[in-house]
Each structure stands twice: as structure tokens, then as C-alpha cells.
Design a protein around this ligand. Structure first.
Ligand code: FES
Length: 148
């Protein structure tokens, strides 16, 4: 695993480099560890408050620690009508957390999201951005077992 410093420095001369650097760090660590902000501030010549502001502006960036597997449950109308609520409850029960939380072992984060463009086969979840369609609460244990 590359260090945060190495990842951020690789983008120092690029226009909009701070956002690209954040993407790259999040890709490797699944979130932006605190050190990312201080390293980005010094690398891109902005205050830590500004660097933090960028990190928290975009919903796809997270400064909260997240799990190895990020499960996102679509809660837009078509998925909602198709049973998203029951699916969310099944994941919450199976993982022992509520949406927005990460399991204590750091393996899973459960999040809600807007439409992920798979409305032809609702309800839909994604795990690390891979969609799983036509989901039902009964499929939850099998889907979690795929995450090793
Ligand atoms: S509404 Fe859920 S994928 Fe589109």
C-alpha cells in the first residue's frame, strides 16, 4: 500500500490535483485518513481548513473511516417501491449496524445512495461500486459471504 504522502505528491503539479489526489487516496484506503488533509494542504499550498472543505464538499469523498466493503443501498423511488426498506433492514440485522455505520472489524460500511442507474432490475445495491440487482432480503447472507 502506497503512503498517503506518495499518493498526494504524485498530483502536485496537476490542475485540480487536490481532488484527484483525494480520489487516489480514497481508492487505496476507502476513505480519507486525517493525514490526507495535512499532506494535501502543504502540497497544494492551501490552509488545512480549505483542504478539509474540499474533502467534505463532495459526497463521494469520505473523511469517516469506512470498511473494506462499502455496501450502498439505492433508496430512490423505483428501488424504494420494490422493497429497498426491507433490504436495508436485512443488511442492518445481518451486520449489526445501521446505515451510515461501519462494522467494528472494519469489514463493512453500509450506506444509502440515490439511483445507481440500474432501475430495470430493482431493488439494487452496490458493493464497492459493483451492482447487484433484483435483490431480496433472503439473498443478503449469500451476498455478504461473497465478501472475503
Ligand atoms: S432507483 Fe434504484 S437503481 Fe435506479
Amino acid at each position: 500500500m502506497s503512503t498517503i504522502q506518495d499518493i498526494v505528491l504524485a498530483f502536485r503539479d496537476k490542475p485540480g490535483g487536490i481532488i484527484e489526489a483525494y480520489h487516489a487516496v480514497q481508492k487505496e484506503y476507502n476513505y480519507l485518513p486525517e493525514e490526507t488533509i495535512t499532506v494535501a494542504a502543504s502540497t497544494f499550498g492551501v490552509s488545512e481548513a480549505q483542504a478539509y472543505g474540499v474533502a467534505t464538499f463532495y459526497s463521494y469523498l469520505s473523511v469517516e473511516k469506512r470498511g473494506k466493503y462499502i455496501i450502498r443501498m439505492c433508496e430512490s423511488a423505483p428501488c424504494h417501491v420494490a422493497g429497498a426498506e426491507a433490504l436495508i433492514k436485512a443488511f442492518e440485522a445481518a451486520l449489526g449496524i445501521v446505515a451510515g455505520e461501519t462494522t467494528a472489524d472494519g469489514k463493512f460500511t453500509l450506506e444509502l445512495t440515490e439511483c445507481v442507474g440500474q432501475c430495470q432490475a430493482t431493488p439494487v445495491i452496490t458493493i464497492n461500486n459493483v451492482p447487484y440487482v433484483n435483490m431480496s432480503p433472503e439473498q443478503v447472507p449469500a451476498v455478504l459471504a461473497l465478501c472475503q
